[in-house]
Design a protein around this ligand. Structure first.
Ligand code: GDP
Length: 435
């Protein structure tokens, strides 16, 4: 049974124009009727058909490919139609004009297609978030993580845990119900608590990988520190030449390049150059400095760069953050045992070793298994773990059963099977129009 949404919605679901093809998606009870008015009859069985779209006065707007997806076999679970147009601004705008004239039809809000898919049970929340990540993925590892999440792998893990908890609770409640009778052997209860103990370990092991999820999604942060003229900017440039630079800053928001994002073997690695951290009165630059400072506080690794044989031997301290001491300008001075690594940005000596040293640290974080990759998931996983701990350490059997129920419902909140109404607006508003 699909949820009833009064409006039929439409939006451009494809990317920036102009493009070879643009896709306008319609969803709702009137989608098929509206598309038929524009383009003539539409095959009803998810087959593509070539049609001519005409304006109200009969002139041709474009020849397009039309695909009808009758409910419930569509992205949203409602009747849907996709119009594959020639991707010019003028074509899209002319078709928008036609659609906007039709009563009961309106432009979709951000994330509205996905929201309808969720409400109609086509996707759970983890899958919806995974889809947003898949669409935003820039590196290979981000894509892999998002695929696990958006195609149900992650949900299956959480739902399996919730189901095991529920089964354990049912057995314990059965024991409560028959407490006065002798026909529930003590060994059943022992087995149940052993199972709960196993689950507790599995969930905590999963939680321990949260750092990997964060690194893959938000990047592994490397700060390049060192005195002026140590060769920090030259090192950044040398790294950028070999690896793919990802441009994430919107042009005009930062005056000074304080960091670069590189795709290193599929991992997003964000390098911060502390040379950019200087006193400034410029408002925009100040914001850049503030962000860079924040990143340094949250760095995963510090490269302490120093010209080999220079007198300014600094002894950096950085709390828990790991430091690699790197000597620079090896082409002039030759290698020195005083550093972990010696490099030359100019000749390239030692650069491969440095790249490998960085990658080794990232790879040690992730084994390729499923990991929690949003703060929201982590919060509920920790809740679940705490409730299970309460259950394991509790005394009264009915309270212990209640803790298991709370743990299962914390897991249910991750996928959205349990009351999440207040969360929905936040999650779906992160989407763009057309998704
Ligand atoms: P920063 O102030 O730490 O960013 O240092 P820069 O990257 O601006 O480099 C300072 C000076 O050292 C420049 O003149 C660079 O050309 C030079 N330099 C940097 N790296 C190397 C290197 O590997 N070999 C040599 N010979 N010169 C270098």
């Amino acid at each position: 049974m699909t949820a009833a949404f009064a409006d039929t919605i439409f939006a451009l679901s494809s990317g920036a124009l102009p493009a070879g093809v643009a896709v306008i998606r319609l969803s709702g009870s009137r989608a098929i009727e509206v598309a038929s008015t524009l383009a003539g009859d539409i095959p009803s069985n998810r087959k593509a058909a070539l049609r001519t779209i005409r304006s109200r006065n009969g002139s041709i707007i474009d020849r397009v490919l039309v695909i009808g997806f009758p409910a419930p076999n569509s992205f949203t679970g409602e009747d849907c139609v996709e119009l594959h147009l020639h991707g010019s601004r003028a074509v899209v705008s002319a078709i928008y004009d036609e659609l906007a004239q039709i009563p009961g039809l309106r432009l979709a809000e951000a994330g509205e297609f996905s929201r309808r898919a969720f409400e109609n049970g086509k996707m759970d929340l983890v899958e919806v978030e995974g889809l947003a990540d898949l669409i935003a993925a820039e590196t290979e590892m981000q894509r892999r993580l998002a695929v696990e999440q958006s195609f149900g792998g992650q949900s299956a893990l959480y739902m399996d845990w919730a189901a095991r908890l529920t089964r354990c609770r049912a057995l314990i409640e059965a024991e409560l119900d028959f407490a006065d009778e002798d026909d529930v052997p003590g060994s059943v209860s022992d087995r149940v608590w052993a199972e709960v103990g196993d689950l507790y370990l599995e969930i905590n092991e999963h939680i321990a990988f949260a750092k990997a999820g964060e690194v893959i999604r938000d990047g592994f942060k490397v700060v390049i520190a060192g005195p002026p003229n140590a060769g920090k900017s030259s090192l950044l440039n040398a790294l950028a030449q070999r690896d793919v630079a990802i441009v994430t800053e919107i042009a005009g928001t930062t005056r000074d390049v304080l960091h670069i994002d590189l795709d290193m073997e599929g991992y997003l690695v964000r390098f911060f150059d502390t040379a950019g951290l200087r006193e400034t009165e410029d408002r925009i630059e100040k914001e850049g400095v503030r962000r860079a400072q924040l990143a340094i506080e949250q760095a995963d690794l510090i490269i302490q760069l120093e010209e080999i044989d220079s007198r300014s031997k600094q002894n950096p301290t950085a709390g828990d953050i790991e430091i690699i001491r790197v000597g620079s300008k090896r082409d002039i001075h030759g290698p020195s045992p005083a550093y972990d690594l010696c490099i030359s940005s100019q000749s390239g000596e030692g650069m491969e070793e440095l790249r490998l040293a960085i990658l080794e640290r990232i790879r040690s974080l992730w084994t390729g298994s499923l990991v929690p990759n949003r703060a929201r998931h982590l919060r509920y996983l920790k809740d679940a773990s705490n409730f299970i701990e309460e259950a394991l350490n509790g005394r009264e059997l009915d309270l212990r059963a209640e803790s298991l129920r709370a743990a299962a419902s914390s897991l249910g909140r991750i996928t959205g099977r349990v009351d999440v109404e207040q969360l929905l607006d936040v999650i779906f508003s992160q989407f763009c129009i057309g998704k």
